[in-house]
Write a protein that binds this ligand. Structure first.
Ligand SMILES: [Zn+2]
Ligand SMILES: [Zn+2]
Length: 253
């Protein structure tokens, strides 16, 4: 399995892309940076997109992606997400006001994208991968994902405050190779993390005690301007496997 980090920042600026992962060139998880990180030919190769939740930093390149692939795909690209997330896309984004409804263009029976509701705990088999959504704790309904093939697995919690199910799933995953979770705000902004359902480094430290697997833990979603304050706070956790997730990195397991 090849995991490519398209974007992993909690804010957008030059050189800082929003959340998006690409697995084996065919399956995307979140769509914060598809059109910024990928060539046109790489965008056209994507067959499935699994969304964690409806917040803009996880979906904002979907409109430009749909326009780019229009006319280049025979089979609709499947957008897998919770019903609440799909509802938000239908009502607020692909509503013909902000962007054309590409779920019925060019025709309802042969559209550019097709919505596909996911159920947490179910396992979805796509492109030789097994993908399991797991509920996490965020401002809107949100899932993390476990992505597995025959040899390895990784988990991406997406945006979350304190949560349990994703750690239980990680601990039950025999071939877990990698665990990605978030830290969004410095310890001094614990109130903001609480209000927006994110983690600080201190809260992350308490969360990671639930992880019983000895695997690398990669942190994403740092607020760009707070990085100088957050880095020493992450170091202070003295977690031997902790590191930052880096944009444009590729992992092969
Ligand atoms: Zn969010
Ligand atoms: Zn986010």
């Amino acid at each position: 399995m090849e995991l490519r980090v398209l974007g992993c920042s909690g804010g957008e600026a030059e050189g800082e892309r929003l959340t998006g992962l690409l697995v084996n060139g065919r399956v995307a998880i979140d769509a914060g940076s598809l059109t910024l990180a990928l060539r046109l030919s790489e965008q056209i190769a994507i067959r499935h997109i699994f969304l964690s939740h409806s917040h803009l930093d996880h979906i904002c390149t979907l409109p430009f992606f749909t326009k780019n692939i229009f006319g280049h795909v025979e089979v609709p690209v499947e957008i897998h997400a919770l019903p609440e997330t799909l509802d938000a896309l239908r009502r607020h984004l692909f509503n013909d006001e902000l962007w054309p409804d590409f779920s019925v263009i060019p025709s309802p029976d042969k559209p550019v994208i097709r919505y596909s509701e996911i159920v947490p705990g179910e396992i979805y088999e796509v492109e030789g991968l097994h993908i399991t959504p797991v509920p996490v704790n965020h401002l809107v309904p949100c899932v993390g994902y476990r992505v597995e093939d025959d040899h390895s697995a990784f988990i991406f919690t997406s945006d979350t405050a304190e949560t349990d199910a994703v750690y239980a799933l990680a601990n039950a995953t025999q071939k877990l190779s990698f665990f990605i979770t978030e830290a969004s705000f410095p310890n001094e902004q614990a109130w903001l993390a609480e209000a927006s359902k994110h983690l600080t480094p201190a809260k992350l430290g308490a969360e990671l005690k639930k992880l019983k697997k000895d695997v690398p833990v990669a942190i994403y979603h740092l607020t760009p301007g707070e990085r100088p304050i957050m880095m020493p706070q992450l170091d202070a956790l003295k977690h031997p496997k902790l590191r930052l997730l880096n944009q444009d990195e590729r992992y092969v397991w």
